[in-house]
Design a protein around this ligand. Structure first.
Ligand SMILES: Nc1ncnc2c1ncn2[C@@H]1O[C@H](COP(=O)(O)OP(=O)(O)OP(=O)(O)O)[C@@H](O)[C@H]1O
Ligand SMILES: [Mg+2]
Length: 365
C-alpha cells in the first residue's frame, strides 16, 4: 500500500468549520473543530463598529462585508473554508404551521403544499426551512398546542421559516467573494438556540440586543417558538444619550459602556430619554411571555441575554426587575473546549459570539 504524500501532517490539523455572523455594524467569526466528539475552539475574530461615522449608520453588507471578512480571515489566520451564516428575523418570516396527524414521511410534501397558506409572499421568492416541534395536545402539557379545544389535539406542529432568496443570494455572494463555501443559512435565533439552550427543555426567553434592533424569542424543548424584533437597540440608546446631553456619538457610546444605566440615576434628564426605550424592550418581552403562556399554559422560567448591549451596566438588573425573572448573560462557550488563558476574554465578550458559535456548532454536531 502506498504511503500518503505527507504522513506527518495526517491528523495534525483537524477539520474545522466557521460560523460567520454579519451584524449591522459588526462581523464575528468562530472556528470550531471536533475533539473526540466535543467541540473545540480553534480561532475567533471580531470586527466592531466598522466604518461608523457620527450620525450615520452604515450597513456592513454586500461587497463591504466580503472585503472585511477577507481581511479578518487573513489577519486572524483562520484556515477553514466551509461556513454557515445566519439571517436576522426582521428580514425573514417565521410561523407555526399545524398539520393533521400523518406519518413523518408524508410531512415534507404536506409542508410544501400547505406553506403558501402561511407565507404572505410567493413561495418561489423564499428559501423554506422547517422543523418538527411536536404535536398539539389537550390540557396543559409539554407541547406547544396545549390547551387547544378537543378535536384539534394531535395535530403536528411545524416551525416554518422563510428567508427571502434575494437575501440568500447576498450571503452567497459574500461567501463566494471571500473564497468560502456557504453550507447553510439559517435564522439567527436558531443559531443562538443551539449555542445557549441545546437540549435544555425549560421554556426560556432569548434576547439579542444588537446595534439595529432587539430580538426577543421564546424557546421551548430546544425549539424556537416565537421570535420578534423591535426597534429599540444599543444604537438607539447611544443616539438618545448623545442628543439629550448634546455630546458626540463617540462620547455617548463610551458613557453607555462605562456607566450604562447608572447615567440614569445620575441625571434625571437622561432617565426621561432612556427609560422609554428600555421599557419598550421590557414590555415587548412581557407581551411575548404572556402570549406564550396564553397559548400553552407554560411559564417562561429563564431569560438569557446576548448581543453587544447585553453587558451594559445595569441592563440585566433592569430587565430582571421588570420581568420578575433573573436575566443571565449568555455563554455560548460553556460546552466548548478552549485554552483556559482565554477565560478573561470569554468572560468579557463571549456573549457577543453567541450566533457565530451556534453556526459553527451546526457543522460539527
Ligand atoms: N459593554 C457594553 N455596554 C453597552 N453596550 C455595549 C457594550 N458592548 C457593546 N455594546 C453595544 O452593542 C451594540 C452592538 O451589538 P452587536 O455587536 O451585537 O450588534 P450587531 O450584531 O452589529 O447588530 P444587529 O445584531 O442589530 O444587526 C452597539 O450598540 C454597542 O454600543
Ligand atoms: Mg447581531
Amino acid at each position: 500500500m502506498a504511503l500518503p504524500f505527507n504522513i506527518f501532517s495526517i491528523g495534525k490539523e483537524p477539520k474545522s468549520y466557521l460560523g460567520v455572523d454579519i451584524g449591522t455594524l459588526s462581523i464575528k467569526i468562530v472556528e470550531l473543530s471536533s475533539e473526540n466528539g466535543r467541540p473545540k475552539l480553534q480561532n475567533y475574530a471580531i470586527l466592531s463598529n466598522y466604518n461608523l461615522i457620527e450620525n450615520k449608520t452604515p450597513k456592513v453588507f454586500g461587497g463591504e462585508a466580503s472585503m472585511m471578512l477577507r481581511r479578518m480571515l487573513k489577519e486572524s489566520g483562520i484556515v477553514a473554508k466551509e461556513i454557515n451564516m445566519s439571517a436576522p428575523i426582521f428580514s425573514s418570516f417565521l410561523t407555526i404551521m399545524e398539520l393533521p396527524p400523518m406519518s413523518e414521511s408524508e410531512v415534507a410534501s404536506a409542508i410544501q403544499f400547505e406553506a403558501k397558506k402561511y407565507i404572505p409572499v410567493p413561495l418561489d421568492s423564499v428559501l423554506i426551512d422547517w422543523s418538527l416541534i411536536g404535536t398539539s395536545a389537550e390540557g396543559p402539557s409539554t407541547t406547544f398546542g396545549a390547551g387547544l379545544p378537543a378535536g384539534q389535539a394531535g395535530k403536528i406542529l411545524i416551525l416554518l421559516i422563510a428567508i427571502p432568496k434575494d437575501l440568500v443570494n447576498e450571503y452567497q455572494f459574500i461567501a463566494r467573494e471571500s473564497d468560502l463555501k456557504l453550507n447553510n443559512l439559517e435564522l439567527e435565533t436558531t443559531s443562538a438556540t443551539r449555542a445557549l439552550i441545546g437540549n435544555d427543555p425549560v421554556p426560556a426567553v432569548l434576547m439579542d440586543m444588537g446595534s439595529r434592533d432587539t430580538t426577543i424569542s421564546v424557546v421551548d424543548g430546544g425549539y424556537l417558538r416565537i421570535s420578534h424584533s423591535i426597534e429599540a437597540s444599543g444604537e438607539d440608546l447611544t443616539r438618545a444619550l448623545a442628543n439629550s446631553l448634546n455630546i458626540s456619538w463617540r462620547r455617548a457610546e463610551e458613557l453607555k459602556k462605562e456607566q450604562g444605566l447608572k447615567v440614569m440615576d445620575n441625571n434625571n434628564q437622561i432617565n426621561d430619554v432612556l427609560a422609554p426605550l428600555l421599557d419598550t424592550i421590557v414590555n415587548a418581552a412581557k407581551n411575548i411571555i404572556d402570549l406564550y403562556f396564553s397559548k400553552t399554559n407554560k411559564k417562561v422560567e429563564k431569560l438569557i441575554i446576548y448581543g453587544g448591549a447585553a453587558k451594559m451596566p445595569g441592563f440585566s438588573q433592569y430587565l430582571g426587575k421588570g420581568l420578575g425573572i433573573d436575566a443571565l448573560i449568555g455563554n455560548p462557550f460553556s460546552k466548548i473546549i478552549y485554552d483556559e488563558k482565554l477565560n478573561p476574554i470569554m468572560e468579557e465578550i463571549g456573549h457577543e459570539f453567541t450566533i457565530a458559535t451556534g453556526l459553527a456548532l451546526k457543522a460539527i454536531q
